[in-house]
Design a protein around this ligand. Structure first.
Ligand code: ADE
Length: 252
């Protein structure tokens, strides 16, 4: 059963490419995919690109064109819940679109004609990803020294909010969080693709799970922190988590 590993940007995929055996390049939908084997699994590495529409196209191409039957997203996110620090990791249980508003036709955040406002991740795949993430984070983080990351990064599990905005102001992050809280959603972090991939996976009945390392606090420093983090930390961190994940995952 082929598994796709999605990253948003090429910098985040770099270490993953090095792990792929018998790598073969496949082109589709103006995108480049890498098909190969990792820990005995059939794996496709893909770039979602940035934003919900681009990510939905990539997910659809993976399922329709490359026969992928499980998808895992590995990337970075901005922390919005107090206590979700740069360097921590968030494993998503579910996604909400913080910029979706078809009110008054539908309640705020509800996905029109789906009758729900959250896309829930696959329970079994998420449990395996959570275990793999905890194992990876328990390893000494020597190679990340000097980057000002916490010595004791936490692994959080919960809701992630997606939207077509790079959130880079503390006031905006606060308003976004409060609006979601008022509607009964408590987001740990924000990013720009997960909810779209989750919705495509829901439509096709494909199990989906996601892990995001916190690169910034979605505040005035977000751009600087994001750029530095994506270059130095995101790719090796993703590799450490996914290597354990594939080791734990059943091959059937
Ligand atoms: N991904 C990483 N940081 C982000 C932020 N601050 N806003 C949106 N997506 C992000």
């Amino acid at each position: 059963m082929t598994l796709a590993i999605l990253s948003a940007l090429a910098e985040e995929q770099h270490s993953l490419r090095a792990r792929l055996q018998d790598a073969e390049r496949v082109q589709r939908a103006g995108r480049e995919f890498w098909r190969g084997r990792w820990q005995g699994h059939e794996v496709v590495l893909a770039l979602s690109r940035v934003g919900k529409v681009a990510a939905a196209t990539t997910a659809t191409a993976l399922i329709e064109g490359l026969g992928v039957r499980r998808i895992v997203f590995s990337g970075v996110a901005g922390g919005v819940e107090p206590g979700v620090r740069v360097g921590d990791v968030v494993v998503a249980d579910a996604f909400v679109q913080h910029d979706l508003d078809a009110s008054p036709l539908f309640p705020r955040f509800e996905i029109p004609l789906y009758g729900c406002d959250r896309m829930v991740c696959d329970a079994a795949l998420t449990a395996t990803l959570f275990e793999a993430t905890n194992q990876a984070m328990a390893e000494p983080a020597g190679r990340f020294e000097g980057l000002g990351l916490p010595d004791d990064p936490a692994v959080h599990r919960g809701l992630v909010a997606s939207g077509d905005r790079f959130v880079s102001a503390a006031a905006e992050s606060q308003v976004l969080r409060e609006r979601l809280l008022q509607a009964g959603h408590r987001p740990l972090a924000v990013e720009m693709e997960g909810a779209a991939v989750a919705q495509v996976c829901f439509d096709y009945g494909v199990p989906f799970a996601a892990v995001r390392t916190v690169s910034d606090r979605a505040d005035e420093h977000a751009h600087r922190d994001f750029t530095r983090f994506v270059q130095a930390v995101a790719s090796p961190r993703a590799e450490a988590i996914l290597d354990r994940f594939l080791g734990l995952l059943s091959r059937s």
